[in-house]
Design a protein around this ligand. Structure first.
Ligand code: SP5
Ligand code: ZN
Length: 351
């Protein structure tokens, strides 16, 4: 399979994230992608390319998933942050005030003029620093996702969008969980727009794909399935429960398979079987896999116990769906193992 990697990813390089009242070094670092790239050079799966996508097509693909007011915010956020105080140029932007939009306590339709207020409006956590190159890096990632979707639409069995920052926590108008643009959703929508009638998204990251779920929640043409740490104890906490099944026309087209912290591969693999059964029952024409490697035992912020060798079996099981498949690179913070684990999964898929 071809890999489309993001040449702009190092422009996004956060200093610190807020965790339990302290600023701690970011887990989502550029070395993550470099380790995967190095492993792909050692164990090639196919061509390694940077995406060749024209700007207008990219903007259109992003606009199919994200709201205009959100992308306009992202595009100008850094300049506005620095305009607030020139000293801000030395530090990342992190939100510190939120409107609690889901409780109808505050208005979220009126756009505040104050930048810090707008950052809070469009973010759901204080762990996702935004800096000068965030927009360019995120856009470069969306280009990878679009190129991977086009590759599959052109008849390829699979393609890999190797990019960071990751995407599956980003909604149509919010960032969070280190994510800004939802690469997997952009790929899924591009597959739909390219003529695939039914697209399934099967998210294997440790964390629930809340952004992707929200984007497609009321639609029957995109099935979203996620296997993840139980939100009762695990990030992102406020979504990802088993009783979230979709709404309106999308009722029955979302499946969450939460598993307790400490879950081993045998139990995780059984959930993957259930997830794949749902994809088959849906009669999907194409599959998107937001590929997080933070299910790994050595992951510093997660709680499952998968071993490096298990990822071959994950890839083989995903291949068993027999569908054209786009992979997007999501979490995985055991940095020196993330290359091995990612390529094991993809190699297992190609066996
Ligand atoms: C894409 C993705 O995997 N996003 C995950 C975002 C998780 N953010 C919250 C992480 C909590 C950090 N815990 C720090 C533990 C310090 N030892
Ligand atoms: Zn994750």
């Amino acid at each position: 399979m071809k890999t489309f990697h993001n040449p702009h990813h190092t422009l996004h390089q956060g200093q610190q994230e807020m965790f339990r009242g302290r600023l701690v070094p970011c887990h989502e670092v550029p070395a993550r992608l470099d380790f995967v790239l190095t492993e792909l050079q050692r164990r090639p799966l196919g061509a390694l390319e940077t995406p060749a996508v024209d700007d207008a097509a990219l903007d259109a693909a992003i606009a199919r998933v994200h709201s205009a007011r959100y992308t306009q915010f992202l595009a100008s956020a850094w300049d506005e942050w620095v305009a607030m105080d020139p000293a801000n140029a030395q530090r990342d932007a992190l939100p510190s005030v939120w409107p609690l939009g889901n409780r109808h306590a505050f208005r979220t339709d009126a756009l505040p003029r104050n930048f810090a207020a707008r950052l809070g409006l469009f973010a759901f956590d204080s762990g996702s620093p935004l800096m000068a190159g965030t927009w360019a890096a995120a856009r470069g990632g969306a280009a990878c996702a679009l190129a991977a979707a086009h590759e599959v639409l052109g008849g390829a069995r699979s393609a890999f969008a190797l990019t960071r920052p990751p995407g599956h926590h980003a909604g149509s108008d919010f960032l969070g969980g280190y994510c800004f643009l939802n690469n997997a959703a952009i790929a899924a929508q591009a597959l739909r727009d390219g003529g695939q009638q039914r697209v399934a998204v099967l998210d294997v990251d440790y964390h629930h794909g809340n952004g992707t779920q929200t984007i497609f929640y009321e639609r029957a043409d995109v099935l979203t399935v996620s296997i993840h740490g139980d939100p009762a104890t695990e990030y992102p906490f406020f979504l990802g429960h088993a009783d979230e099944r979709g709404a309106g026309a999308g009722e029955g087209f979302n499946l969450n398979l939460p598993l307790p912290r400490g879950t081993n591969f045998a139990t995780w693999r059984a959930a993957l079987g259930q997830a794949l059964d749902a994809v088959t029952a849906f009669r999907a024409d194409a599959l998107v896999v937001p590929m997080g490697l933070d299910t790994f035992e050595g992951d510093p912020i997660s709680g499952f116990t998968l071993q490096s060798a298990d990822y071959f079996a994950v890839g083989e099981a995903l291949a068993g769906a027999g569908l054209p498949t786009v992979f997007t690179f999501e979490g995985g913070y055991a940095v020196d193992a993330v290359g091995t684990n990612a390529v094991n999964l993809l190699e297992g898929f190609q066996r």
